[in-house]
Design a binder for this molecule. Structure first.
Ligand code: NAP
Ligand code: MG
Length: 403
């Protein structure tokens, strides 16, 4: 075998939980360390370690991402009451993804991995559609009230000098509901920059949509901030890259997305992104084939799979049963992170290796060899294999391709 590919700057490696932790090690053993002199700064975000360190390990991992610029993360358990018992936790630690996102101030981009023998439900989509969700504010930080009697609801803002601005929301005749929500210009600006940067990184058009004709201040502010930042900072870069920024109304966007052939990034407000990302994932076929990357406005990247730790499979694995868990999204988190490292450090072999490894995985599935979840969706001949066998099949194609 040829000499191993050398790295210059370490990747921030964030290990995780359950089935994905098992797959994590298998991917490294079978597909990475035989080819790359893998340089990582390792952070164990497994729930046990988070508990031992009072979750400081998560913060350290996020800080390391700021230092080095590129991280790869395994799926992790977000504890609930049942997990607190199961792992005998000191407390119900927060979602690691939430903690990391807050530190990096990032936006999450989700993209399906496409193979020829799994057709999306929308026939025209032959290229992936990436959803960028603004993960801050709006109804997720809303304040709500149920009204049970006659009365007047008002929106009141008191500034720091005690000056009051008021708007009547509604004069209630009887029962009803009200909600107050907010967002911050700073957060919208970060979101916009993350989207523009990612569009340039991917060389894909960026779409953004709101309902600014109805919400003339709230939604319109999103539109205005995007437009202003685009004109000041990105217009020329977009022209040079041959891509465009396109704004439209959300209902028009939905109609256009359905008729499109894909191949663009769709930036969504928080709620829209929540809804549309599940729609896109389901329409493309499988959560196990969704990539996810957190991009900060400064250009730090954290790659992961969109799915969780696949707990049901892990309990089978613990009983010694064979599992056919799909490792593709986790593998693509690694290849994406290695490619980005290669690009940043000028290591061409690393970029090429990532491309080849992804192609080998796609070729394996297109040859009909796949995990159980995909066999339910794929057309044509297929052979169902377990996770280890699947990774070995990819390796066989990778070796073949590199010789
Ligand atoms: P999940 O791990 O995504 O799995 C849900 C189901 O989807 C699985 O039971 C399996 O269906 C299918 N599935 C998901 N990924 C698969 C894969 N790679 N291969 C084959 N099938 C796959 O979601 P969950 O069960 O709701 O959550 C489990 C744990 O993950 C929770 O503790 C949660 O906190 C955590 N989580 C973490 C992240 C993250 O770190 N980013 C995201 C989401 C959830 P079948 O059982 O039908 O085979
Ligand atoms: Mg959702």
């Amino acid at each position: 075998m040829a000499e191993k590919i050398q790295m210059k700057v370490p990747l921030v490696e964030m290990d995780g939980d359950e089935m994905t932790r098992v797959i994590w090690q298998q991917i490294k053993d079978i597909l990475l360390t035989p080819y790359i002199d893998l340089k990582t700064e390792y952070y164990d975000l497994g729930l046990k370690k988070r508990d031992e360190t009072n979750d400081q390990i998560t913060i350290q991992a996020a800080e390391a991402t700021k230092k080095y610029g590129v991280a790869v993360k395994c799926a992790t358990i977000t504890p609930n009451a049942q997990r607190v018992k199961e792992y005998n936790l000191k407390q119900m630690w927060k979602s690691p993804n939430g903690t990391i996102r807050a530190i990096l101030d990032g936006t999450v981009f989700r993209t399906p991995i496409i193979v020829k023998n799994i057709k999306p439900f929308v026939k025209t989509w032959d290229k992936p559609i990436t959803i960028a969700r603004h993960a801050y504010g709006d109804i997720y930080k809303g304040v709500e009230m149920k009204i049970n009697t006659k009365g007047k609801a008002e929106l009141i803002f008191t500034d720091q000098d005690g000056h009051v601005t008021k708007e009547v929301i509604h004069d209630f005749d009887g029962s009803g509901i009200i909600m107050g929500m907010y967002n911050l210009n700073k957060s919208i600006e970060s979101f916009a920059r993350a989207c523009f940067n990612y569009a340039l990184d991917q060389r894909q058009d960026l779409w953004f949509a709101t309902k600014d004709t109805i919400s003339k201040k709230y939604h319109h502010t999103f539109k205005d901030i995007f437009q202003e930042i685009y004109e000041k900072e990105y217009h020329d870069k977009f022209s040079a890259a041959g891509i465009e920024y396109f704004y439209t109304l959300i209902d028009d966007a939905v109609a256009r997305v359905i008729r499109s052939s894909g191949g663009f990034i769709w930036a969504c407000k928080n709620y829209d992104g929540d809804v549309m990302s599940d729609m896109i994932a389901a329409a493309f076929g499988s959560l196990a084939m969704m990539k996810s990357v957190l991009v900060s406005p400064e250009g730090y990247y954290e790659y992961e799979a969109a799915h969780g730790t696949v707990t049901r499979h892990y309990y089978q694995y613990l009983k010694g049963q064979e599992t056919s868990t799909n490792p593709v999204a986790t593998l693509f988190a690694w290849t994406s992170a290695l490619r980005k490292r290669g690009e940043l450090d000028g290591i061409n072999e690393l970029v090429q290796f990532s491309d080849k490894l992804e192609q080998a995985a796609i070729d394996t599935i297109e040859a009909g060899i796949m995990t159980k979840d995909l066999a339910l969706l794929a057309k044509g001949d297929k052979k169902v294999v377990n996770t280890g066998e699947f990774l070995e099949e990819i390796n066989a194609r990778l070796e073949h391709g590199t010789r």
